[in-house]
Design a protein around this ligand. Structure first.
Ligand code: AMP
Length: 248
């Protein structure tokens, strides 16, 4: 069983995001970039599926400029078998990313496409769902447990009311939630070995579907600065202050 895993390069979650002065996006020059945390969970889960004897070939896919190969090498060092870099200088929108994954899922005859529930840069949470629609296959989003039995996946989903268990026929799209697993650390020797694993480059234009991008970015603004707090000396003073501000 072949598993395709999405690996997006994003600003590292520890970095304090700074917005460009002209409001056209966030600054990325000289900023630490990493694999999207939900994608690290997807890579880990794919490796565990192989360790359990379910998956046989694991392919990491990243769409973006040459620099995304850094994250693909990390995925290979974690244990993925091979990688595909879908080359584009443009930042593709979720619908276009879904088109690329659909084309690859068909070319590769993938049984599972494992994506993050969202990329932490744009927080779109759209790609998995759009891919399922385009590919005309089932989706199991926000997975916190995955069990494969023959041609079906039994997926526990994190929903508002608690946990929901669904079964989907394969091939299917599964998106990962935070509690699915804890990704392994990569050791230096594995990083060295990963350099020898296959990494193919394909131009995005070969895989994109028809249609023009539908989203237009307006402006990006940083959150309003928070005012300084005050210190109170007693509970009475705290209550009086809260009353003053109309909060109680
Ligand atoms: P989004 O819908 O943008 O929040 O992204 C959801 C998931 O789609 C991510 O966690 C990735 O698994 C996948 N994805 C989105 N953009 C890319 C990309 N440029 N390269 C690889 N995977 C991506």
């Amino acid at each position: 069983m072949k598993v395709l895993v999405g690996v997006k390069r994003v600003v590292d979650y520890n970095v304090r995001i700074r917005v460009k002065p002209d409001g056209s996006g966030v600054l990325t020059d000289g900023v630490k970039m990493s694999m999207n945390p939900f994608d690290e969970i997807a890579v880990e889960e794919a490796i565990r599926l192989r360790e359990r004897g379910v998956a046989t070939e694991l392919v990491a896919v990243s769409i973006g400029p040459q620099a995304v190969q850094e994250q693909l090498r990390t995925a290979l060092a974690m244990g993925m078998d091979r990688a595909i870099h879908v080359d584009t200088a443009e930042a593709l929108q979720p619908l276009e990313v879904a088109q690329v994954f659909k084309a690859l899922a068909e070319q590769e005859q993938a049984q599972i496409v494992l994506l993050g529930k969202q990329a932490i840069d744009d927080d779109a949470n759209q790609t998995g769902q759009m891919l399922a629609a385009l590919w005309e296959r089932p989706q199991a989003t926000f997975a916190s447990a995955i069990e494969i039995n023959g041609n079906t996946a039994r997926v526990t989903r994190e929903v508002d009311a608690g946990l929901e268990v669904i079964e989907v026929d394969l091939p299917a799209v599964i998106t990962t939630d935070l509690r699915l697993n804890e990704p392994r650390y990569v050791k230096l020797p594995e990083m060295m070995k990963a350099k020898k694993k296959p990494l193919d480059v394909k131009p995005a234009a070969e895989l994109l579907g028809a249609g023009t991008p539908r989203l237009q970015l307006g402006t990006v603004r940083p959150p309003a600065a928070r005012g300084a707090g005050i210190k109170v000396k007693s509970v009475e003073e705290l209550v009086a202050e809260l009353q003053n501000r109309g909060l109680i």
